[in-house]
Design a binder for this molecule. Structure first.
Ligand code: HEM
Length: 403
């Protein structure tokens, strides 16, 4: 049977309707409150927390890879585009590498990197935080995590953007550009792996540990390693960049709340969590019910063969799950699904949280008072990942102060 063209969230009507809104939360809230679910272009859009959580943990539901690879890479990305027992096998290998204890070892190096970046502009009185802070911090952290040369940052950024934000007016053009960028990244990683395999001192980084790992008694092949690295690269870079840009933009627009954090830094972890819930940097994902009908109750049945587009961003402001969800309340302790939930829940949430917390702590320690530059408009992009691509701020320059 011929499959209909694959639904692409990047150009789907719903994503386009919130494309560059500074406040898409209102739209998500209305959907979760009034609609629950709807079929648009034949795909079931799910807006409520309870439905989405049920889908995410349902064993017959497959994830983003349910209809094949889709990120400019012919192979299935590990573990995002793999399901079932195979997926469990990869998570068993990868989870320990990104467990809280492992990630906490990076605290000193991430903190000093954040401080170093801020020191680079703290005397200037103005900066585009997106470009000077939110982009380089996660990228340099990631290169260090992999044990890759930091001098390759620009190369890396160019090809990462080519994969995540490909140029083009049609899906075909975007896919072709994405495949081109993806090919270059794979070439980079292939050469890099060859170099790392030749090293006699293995080191402690993620690559060294993967090179020394076995899955079911077998060492990982280059292809498997590439499919892991390719995913980590875009799963771990753009997401943190975007989350950080949304968080710092929010704090720039809410001076009272920001001052609370400056006065009591112990509030920062809870504030980061709550702002992420509200901003929901990854708006949604794809799920498929190719094996059976799934009855979500009260008349909502996902039919066998249907594709779903669960919107984590709508669930995170679902009034059935949260009291006053459009209010950002640092004392809220509620389960959000910013990192999705269930089987494909984010592998990197501990690393992401560490980076976010340290970035906010270091910025507020050095630049406690800042505001969005007067007369400037923040530029939001809500397609694929919600991001503030232009975040100009002004602040009192730190001339003469010691670092
Ligand atoms: C604030 C930053 C981040 C956010 C908001 C985020 C969000 C998400 C979401 C929503 C998913 C589920 C995708 C889906 O099933 O459609 C996911 C999966 C994933 N994330 Fe993250 N992520 C972040 C940071 C990271 C970092 C730093 C890493 C690096 C280790 C990472 C690695 C992954 C991987 C490997 C998966 C696939 C997990 C699987 O399929 O089993 N993420 N992330």
């Amino acid at each position: 049977m011929e499959q209909p063209p694959r639904f692409d969230p990047r150009i789907a009507p719903f994503s386009q309707s919130v494309k560059d809104l500074p406040d898409p939360q209102r739209v998500y809230y209305d959907k979760a409150k009034n609609v629950r679910a709807e079929r648009i272009e034949g795909v079931v859009h799910l807006y409520r927390m309870a439905d989405i959580v049920a889908i995410n943990r349902h064993p017959a539901v497959t994830g983003t890879g349910g209809r094949g690879g889709s990120f400019g890479n012919a192979g299935a990305l590990i573990p995002l585009e793999i399901d079932g027992d195979e997926h469990k096998k990869w998570r068993r290998l990868l989870d320990p590498l990104f467990a809280p204890k492992q990630v906490s070892r990076m605290e000193d190096s991430v903190r000093s990197l954040a401080a170093e970046l801020i020191d680079g502009f703290a005397d200037d009185g103005k900066v585009d935080l997106a470009e000077e802070f939110c982009v380089p911090l996660p990228c340099l952290t990631f290169l260090r995590l992999l044990g890759a040369p930091v001098e390759d940052l620009d190369f890396f950024l160019e090809f990462k953007d080519g994969v995540i934000h490909p140029q083009g007016d049609t899906v075909e053009e975007m896919d072709a550009n994405m495949a081109l960028a993806g090919g270059k990244l794979l070439e980079y990683f292939s050469n890099f792996l060859a170099k790392r395999r030749a090293e006699t001192e293995p080191g402690e980084d993620v690559i060294a540990r993967l090179l020394n790992s076995e899955v079911e008694g077998e060492a990982l092949t280059d292809l498997e390693l590439l499919n892991i690295l390719f995913l980590l690269m875009f799963a771990g870079l753009d997401t943190v960049t975007s989350s950080l840009s949304c968080t710092l933009a929010w704090l720039g627009q809410h001076p009272e709340e920001r001052r609370r954090l400056v006065e009591d830094t112990s509030l920062i972890p809870a504030a980061v969590e709550e702002i992420m819930r509200f901003e929901s940097p990854v708006p949604g994902g794809m799920r498929y019910s190719d094996q059976e009908d799934i009855d979500l109750g009260d008349g909502l049945v996902i039919k066998k063969g249907e594709a779903m587009y669960p919107l984590w961003a709508a669930a995170n402001v679902d009034p059935n799950a949260f009291e006053n969800p459009l209010e950002v309340d640092f004392s809220r302790r509620a389960n959000h699904i910013v990192f999705a939930s269930g089987l494909h829940r984010c592998l990197g949430s501990h690393l992401a949280r560490l980076e976010m917390r340290l970035a906010v702590e270091e910025l507020l320690a050095r630049i406690p008072e800042y505001s969005i530059a007067e007369g400037e408009e923040l530029v939001y992009d809500n397609i694929s990942v919600r991001n503030v691509t232009y975040l100009p701020i002004t602040f009192k320059p730190r001339v003469g102060a010691s670092a």
